[in-house]
Design a protein around this ligand. Structure first.
Ligand SMILES: Cc1cc2nc3c(=O)[nH]c(=O)nc-3n(C[C@H](O)[C@H](O)[C@H](O)COP(=O)(O)OP(=O)(O)OC[C@H]3O[C@@H](n4cnc5c(N)ncnc54)[C@H](O)[C@@H]3O)c2cc1C
Length: 416
């Protein structure tokens, strides 16, 4: 069913009784050409582009819970392409371009809102680093503007500009950055994939792999064994656990990342703002809630809930940047399981096992990558060669030393 003003009017006249489910809840078949493990944004986008761009028909997405129950439904919805390194920036800019056409492509309202992402700087050295990043972005075709303190003050007069410890000296603005509705992105890709024949199979946990020597030929699941020509992993925070079923050890640690939302207030924050002197970022949802977050909890975990010291740390960052936030009540907080790679950049690559492909290491920044990751992983799975904009995301870079350490912080997950 195509959504349009016409279909909306027709359904309204019929009392909204004829809407169809957005996707088919499929049962597993005995075999598929390609199985994607993980029904988050990345897995579903991969299946969608495999069907749409590469014409592959026998595809299944296996999800252990319900689609979007992982990080895809838990993130703070920020999209941007403000990266520095040549291995990263072209990929994220490609992803941004896909966001810009996503709603038309999917015929689904994913609420992409290019309301701007502003990274604040608090020292001359930080300004110079941001100027460099802005130039790198512009060289890769992205937009970037370096603002001084007065320009930021006009935009966000309620920030604590003259804080003695963290004076705000300006910011790097990407106007094309912003937010998108995370659930809608999952549902939109699921609908598009399902319409092209992809089986989306929920409550189907992958528990192991079927092997023929060094070749993966299928998966064992809680709903039986399923054969596959190729298997692609897109399980985010569970990457190490699932790869271990195949005997692989990944350069990834899983950590909890928390997020928070306040009660709804009148429109206050026009875009996304990040604090440059601590780990804190904030935006305002269309419902009025202030959506914010900060650092990972800092210990390895597979739990989808965090701890109070990080809540305190995030709130301290919020108070230092924007003291008025102390007047709003926090409504909810939650945690997600993020796959922190050792250089802070992702992996989209083949594995040493034939037929097994890996999409992982998205750290706390993979939502914005959803369209680009799906596009490039589909390309790899279909053609057995990396997409040009994702060619640096190799698994063996941790052995060869070709790291993509965006922040230059080394193998320290909480500093990426
Ligand atoms: C609190 C928080 C805030 C964030 N904010 C942002 C942000 O603002 N911007 C941004 O760009 N990124 C953000 N991220 C990161 C982003 O959400 C993730 O990088 C991205 O969603 C990961 O890809 P995914 O959507 O496919 O993952 P997920 O949605 O986690 O998908 C993985 C799926 O695999 C399934 N799975 C796991 N094991 C198995 C198995 N054995 N069998 C079958 N299925 C399995 C899981 O149930 C899950 O549904 C945030 C993350 C968190 C937690």
């Amino acid at each position: 069913m195509r959504y349009s003003l016409f279909s909306l009017a027709r359904q309204a006249l019929r009392g909204h009784r004829d809407w169809q489910p957005v996707w088919r809840d499929a049962a597993p078949q005995a075999s598929y050409d390609i199985i994607i493990v993980g029904g988050g944004g990345h897995g579903l986008a991969t299946a969608y582009y495999l069907a749409k761009e590469h014409g592959i028909r026998k595809i299944a997405v296996l999800e252990k819970g319900w689609i979007g129950s992982g990080n895809a439904g838990r993130n703070t919805t920020i999209i941007r392409s403000n990266y520095l390194l040549p291995g990263n920036e072209p990929f994220y800019e490609w992803s941004m371009k896909l966001w810009e056409g996503l709603e038309q492509d999917l015929n689904y309202n994913t609420m992409v809102s290019q309301r701007g992402v502003l990274n604040l700087y608090h020292s001359d050295a930080q300004r110079d680093a941001f100027a460099r990043r802005g130039n790198a972005m512009r060289l890769a075709g992205a937009d970037a503007e370096l603002l001084d303190a007065d320009a930021v003050r006009r935009m966000l007069p309620f920030l604590d500009f003259d804080n003695a410890r963290f004076p705000i000296k300006g910011g790097l603005l990407q106007r094309r950055g912003g937010t998108a509705r995370h659930d809608a992105v999952v549902w939109g890709y699921a609908r598009g994939a399902s319409a092209r024949g992809v089986d989306i199979i929920q409550n189907c946990e992958v528990t192991g792999f079927v092997r023929d020597g060094d070749r993966i030929t299928g998966v064992t699941t809680t709903r039986g064994t399923i054969q596959a020509g190729k298997v692609g992993l897109a399980v985010a925070g569970s990457s190490s656990r699932v790869a271990e079923y195949a005997g692989l050890r990944l350069p990834i640690e899983s950590h909890v990342l928390q997020a928070f939302v306040s009660e709804a207030i009148k429109p206050l924050i026009p875009g996304v703002v990040t604090f440059g002197a601590g780990h804190f970022y904030i935006s305002q949802s269309d419902k009025g809630g202030l959506v914010f977050g900060g650092d990972i909890d800092g210990y390895n975990s597979y739990a989808q809930r965090g701890n109070l010291p990080t809540v305190e740390d995030v709130c301290e960052g919020g108070m230092a940047l924007m003291p008025a936030i102390g007047r709003v009540r926090m409504l909810r907080s939650w945690g997600g399981l993020v796959d922190m790679s050792m250089d802070g950049s992702p992996i989209i690559d083949r594995t040493p096992l034939q037929g097994l492909y890996l999409n992982a290491g998205w750290c706390y920044g993979g939502f914005k990558a959803t369209p680009g990751s799906g596009w490039c992983f589909a390309h790899l799975l279909a053609r057995d060669e990396p997409h040009p904009v994702a060619s640096a995301y190799r698994l063996d870079r941790f052995a060869t030393g070709h790291l993509i350490d965006e922040k230059g912080q080394g193998a320290q997950p909480n500093l990426h």
